[in-house]
Design a protein around this ligand. Structure first.
Ligand code: WT7
Length: 620
């Protein structure tokens, strides 16, 4: 257990942030050249910069600097989709692979500042590719392997990627994911991509273009294992990661090297009370920010040993997570409320037949965890013995922002508790905002300064999180959910605008409006009101077809659960869809619909309410 006084340290971080962060930056990170200023700029001018003048390299911090003391220590324990498949990588081995692959990237003319798309299963090569990019100063854009070809294409185009790294196929829950096929489909309209490097994950063959496609294992044979690190400026980009906003187009959140690295390294150390003998396991895929910060950069910069897992919690059965914990002696386990809810539903026996004696800290992230579920996690998974950290943060924040600290924060089930050092939250009209810059914050939205500026517009001088929260008299924050048109489905962030565009890809659809409704396992799910083209008849067949349309456009994480046919949608006289009314109808919350006097045709609402009664689960 680490010894410190949260309240005193927090106060210091508020009283003198410049001194506080200077100390952390020197403690957690190795610099080629020291920074000249700690913090310049502010939220009003959108010109915040951390650690300017400093030079560093993220890969050096993750790997090279550990070699003198940790070369034979395990960096990653990889557990494959099938329990028979596993692999160990020491720091020295990982370093060697990363240097080689960095040279492969150079061979393909990838240079500092170029964007590289990584569309991979959870295999060590995904992490090797990320670190190889960081090593040569290329900017990785990891796209979750569950996204559709169309989503992949949009992300490749927006970031103007030069190269794509993928696998022939992925494996999840004994199912094959056709990654290379998806890449081929995406690339039909991506002129910027010159080459695709393919990892051979399965023995199945895939279509091949000799000019454009290259096997990873072949290329790795052609290069040396000697590759110096590029010295990066503190505010040079480290990666772009796409996430959903309320409008249709995903945003390329851009993080920069120094602030991000200092922040994730320090938060990893404190939030998980990390000790050198710990075995850490974060179940997130590297396709999400949790994977970037707490599978890759945070653990490696602390020299930790981590488990990485390719598969799913229910294959071969619902004990899989707990078996993995026993197999590797996991001490710190970090997962999502969705996974906990799904496993809890299957009954305690899947948990209690495993030992879990090694566990000491349990974490959650991605969505609110309700107190019942929290208690089950605490009592059944943690045997009433482990500290729980319910961590609130976002792709934009880079690292954990509001969280209990193990053995410091008296736990309250369902509360993300207190702000991390240097973080100053505030609640304005139920909206959670952050009033001071912190090192992990995004630098901008790639290619879209305007959308970046939008975060600081609503309450000038503060960062608008898009979440609602309350704060109790002991300073505990309780996050209640989003206040914009963003849904959290199984913890995945999806914009209603994206979903509506997806519906419109089906030529039978004239108009669609999507809202979120609660779901026992997913937390929240999609409820769509769909208006068909004049000559099209509604049918259950067509519902099934629309579900496929949306899955095809975005990916399986965006499967609608409810579709209600709507002859027309409630619109104001100026033609704007009145979403708050649709939200109430979908949620059967009809007591007070609010002011509907501005509707062009109020009778539309009655009709929708009447039809709402007939809606069953759209899955048939
Ligand atoms: C949104 C950010 C941060 C990594 C994964 C999600 C919700 C996140 C919590 C929590 C309640 C949470 C918020 C936030 N969220 N953590 N502990 N309690 N809500 O990153 O995909 O950028 O989503 O996830 O709504 O705004 P993301």
């Amino acid at each position: 257990m680490q010894k410190y006084d949260y309240k005193a340290l927090y106060q210091r971080s508020m009283d003198d942030p410049v001194h506080f962060w200077a100390v952390q930056a020197e403690k957690y990170i190795a610099w080629y050249q020291p920074f000249k200023t700690v913090l310049t700029g502010d939220f009003e001018h959108l010109n915040v910069e951390w650690f300017s003048g400093g030079k560093l390299n993220a890969c050096y911090n993750a790997l090279d600097r550990h070699l003198p003391t940790r070369s034979n220590q395990t960096a990653f324990l990889w557990e494959g989709d099938h329990p028979d498949q596993s692999l160990k990588l020491t720091y020295a081995e990982l370093y060697n692979e990363v240097c080689r692959f960095a040279n492969v990237l150079k061979k393909f003319r990838v240079k500092k500042g170029d964007r590289v798309c990584i569309y991979m299963p959870m295999v060590p090569e995904a992490i090797i590719a990320m670190l190889a990019c960081a090593r040569i100063g290329a900017v990785h854009s990891v796209v979750f392997g569950g996204f559709s070809p169309e989503s992949l294409r949009n992300r490749i185009l927006d970031a103007e990627c030069k190269l794509v790294i993928t696998a022939n196929e992925g494996l999840r829950g004994n199912k094959i994911i056709p990654l290379k096929k998806n890449v081929d489909e995406a690339l039909t309209e991506c002129p910027s991509v010159e080459s695709v490097i393919v990892i051979k994950r399965t023995q199945n063959s895939v279509p091949w273009d000799d000019k454009k496609n290259h096997w990873y294992h072949d290329e790795m044979q052609t290069v040396s294992a000697d590759c110096p690190c590029e010295e990066m400026d503190a505010n040079d980009p480290i990666f772009i990661l796409y996430t959903s906003g309320s409008t249709g187009k995903p945003k390329g959140i851009l993080h920069v090297t120094a602030g991000y690295l200092v922040y994730v390294t320090m938060t990893f150390n404190y939030v998980f009370d990390y000790q050198p003998q710990d075995i850490f396991w974060c179940t997130a895929d590297v396709g999400w920010i949790t994977g970037h910060s707490y599978v890759v950069y945070g653990p490696l910069c602390n020299g930790a040993t981590s488990v990485i897992f390719e598969g799913v919690p229910n294959y071969p059965d619902f004990s899989r997570y707990w078996n993995i914990i026993d197999k590797y002696g996991v001490t710190i386990f970090y997962t999502s409320p969705t996974a906990i809810r799904a496993l809890r539903r299957e009954g305690d026996e899947y948990v209690t037949r495993t030992a879990r004696k090694s566990l000491r800290i349990l974490g959650t992230v991605g969505e609110p965890i309700n107190p019942d579920v929290w208690q089950w996690y605490y009592d059944v998974v943690g045997d009433g013995r482990c500290q729980i950290v319910d961590t609130w943060w976002q792709t934009e924040t880079g690292g954990i922002m509001i969280t209990p600290l193990p053995f410091q924060t008296p736990l309250k089930a369902g509360s993300a508790s207190w702000p991390f050092f240097g973080v100053k939250p505030e609640i304005i009209d139920t909206h959670l905002v952050i009033t001071k810059p912190w090192p992990g914050m995004m630098k901008t939205i790639y290619g879209d300064e305007k959308r970046f500026a939008d975060y600081f517009k609503k309450y000038p001088g503060t960062y608008f999180t898009g979440d609602n929260a309350t704060c109790d008299d002991e300073g505990y924050y309780w996050i209640t959910g989003r206040n914009d048109d963003v849904l959290k489905i199984s913890g995945h962030r999806i914009g209603t605008g994206e979903l509506e565009n997806a519906f419109l890809e089906n030529h039978h659809v004239a108009e669609a409006a999507v809202v979120g409704v609660p779901h026992d396992i997913k937390g929240e799910t999609i409820y769509a009101f769909v208006t068909l083209q004049g000559n099209v008849k509604p049918s259950d067949e067509l519902k099934k077809e629309l579900i496929q349309t949306v899955r095809h456009a975005i990916g399986a994480i965006a499967t609608p659960d409810y579709i209600q046919w709507a002859e027309s949608l409630p619109k104001t006289r100026s033609g704007k869809i009145m979403r708050r009314v649709l939200r109430k109808i979908a949620n059967n919350d009809l007591k007070d619909l609010g002011d509907i006097s501005t509707l062009a045709d109020p009778s539309v609402v009655e009709k929708l309410i009447k039809d709402r009664e007939g809606i069953a689960d759209a899955h048939i």
